[in-house]
Each structure stands twice: as C-alpha cells, then as structure tokens.
Ligand binder design. Sequence first.
Ligand code: AQP
Length: 326
Amino acid sequence: MAKKILLSGIQPSGKIHLGNYLGTLKNWVDMQSKHSCLYSVVDLHAITGNYDPKKYQEDIFNTVVNLLAIGINPKKSIIFVQSSVKEHTELCWLFNSITPIAELERMTQFKDKASKNKQNINVGLFNYPVLQAADILLYRAEVVPVGEDQLQHLELTNTILRKFNNKFGNTFNEIKPILSKGARIMSLADPASKMSKSLGSKHYIALSDSPEEIKKKIMSAVTDTSESKEMSAGVKNLFTLLELLADKKIYNKYLNEYNNKSLKYSELKSELADVIINLLKPIQEKREYWLQNRKKVNKIILNGNKKARLIAQKNIIDIKQKMGLL
Ligand code: AQP
C-alpha cells in the first residue's frame, strides 16, 4: 500500500522550544518511516505577527538547522520553505472563495493573538487557517501531526475540503490530526498559558538553551500557587515533562512522594533539569555540526523546495480545472 502523505509546518521564529518539540516535532521524527513526509518552514504564516525582516532569512535558516538537529532526515523527508512554492498563496485565494467568514470568526487562536497584539490585527492573521488548509491540501496530505492548539484549525481544513468536494467534485480525503502525549506543554512561569516564545524567555526552554539556563528556568518554575488540594497546573506540567522524558521508575518515585506529601519540589526540579539537559545535549551537538556546514544546509533547502514545487504545480492544475479556471 502506498504511504500516506504527511504535512506539518513550523514558524521560523529561529528558536524551537520544548513545547514545540514534545508537542509535535518529536512525532515528525518518529513518523518519517511510516509516511511520505513534507515539513514546511511556514514563513508566510509568521509574517502575520511581529518579525524582523532584516534577520528573517537567518531565522528561516536556523529553523531548518533545528529540524536537522532533532533528526529530520532530508533523505527521507522533504524540508522546504513555504514561500518558495507560490501555489500556497494561490490555493489560499481559491479557498478564500469557499470559506465562510463566520467560521474564521470562531477561531480562538485569532481571538487570542488579536487581543494580545491590538496594534497589528491584520487580514493575514484572520486568514491564517485558510492558508494552513492550502498548505496541507496542496500536497493532498491526509496526516497532520500538531499540538492541541492547532486542532480547531484542522477542523476548519476539513470543513473547507468538504465544501470543495461538494461544489467541485470529490477531490480531497479528510485529514487526520495526530496528537502526541505532550500535545499541550504549559509555560514554566505562567502554567495557565501554553509554553510559548512570545510570552518571554522565562516561560520556555529553547532547544538551544545552555545547561545553566535550563537549570535556572526549571528551578524557578511556578509550582503551587494556592492551597488547593488538587495538583496545581505548574506541578502537573513538571510531572508531564518528567513522564515524557524520564524513566518510568523515576517518574513513579516522585509521583509517590507527591501522593504521600513527602515531595520536595527542589528535588523534582533538579531531576527534571538533568533529564532535559541530557535530552538536549546530542541535539545541541548536531546543531553545531549543521551550523558549521551552511552550504550543506542551503543545498538541502534548495532540493526540498524543488521537490515540493513539483508536487504543488501538478496538484494545483487539477484543482483549477475542477474550479473551471483552466
Ligand atoms: N506549548 C505547546 N505544547 C505543545 N505543542 C505546542 N506547539 C506550540 N506550542 C506548544 C506546537 O508546535 C508546532 C509548531 O508551532 P508554531 O511554529 O506555530 O509555533 P507556535 O505555536 O507559534 O509557537 P509559540 O512559541 O507559541 O509561538 P508564538 O508565541 O510566537 O505564537 C505546532 O504543531 C503547535 O501545535
């Protein structure tokens, strides 16, 4: 049986945090043998937020370096930059013509991002999920690994493809979101919010953070904020990280201590910091390797762009024919 096509994207903010890694990117690595994978650096999405045009190319490059460092293998998967394939924006426009405004108005990520950045509520930010649908369906992808925050957008992709199929004939198969166990990692400093770069550096651990930075951030992570008997969101988050990264025995030991009220948070945090430092050490070494081999990275990007373009150019013809545009 032919392998299913998988597509997922990451914004080129230069840094990748533990939430991105455990929520999605680890899955990207694991799925390379099962599916035909396309991984996109979604530079057209990220310009809907605040970014620095002068260092944007470097951010895109660093994002690809990070993907290579975590284990995305360009011999197995296509790594490409979204804006190098013009058909993404073309298909976004085509989908605009069948996407109800009311559906976009429901999107919680738009409401959230708009409320946090009132000076820059642009049409692109509103339209973001339509471009995301185009990213996926341009390659006829059916499998989409994401974090929990993206589920609503993927439901909209299914709404758009159903509308397309009804109006223009059966073209796209329904897409299936794939969630990992770490689908929602919370901020270390404000565990009510998801771990996110835009909150500031004490809220997240970047894959490039030094052991000292990691220790400092974990040791000062918020734990109990109230006298509530329930496990607080901050402690739960530390346990989630430990469960995902440490041996089951170690996790159970701390959980038992928590349950019989003998747990010292400083010990839990110190253990967790060490586990994270060990996880990141080989990734950071590979990152150094790729940073010193810029030519190889650039070649990987050019090759990936070329392969993605070939698939996109073929698929858009079929879509435009169905819509009466060719
Ligand atoms: N906290 C998280 N827990 C689990 N998964 C997460 N993802 C993001 N945050 C978490 C998943 O990471 C993938 C890449 O997402 P992105 O490039 O859109 O990054 P983002 O969500 O924009 O990351 P930030 O740090 O939250 O960026 P800002 O603050 O700039 O908006 C996606 O699959 C996402 O679900």
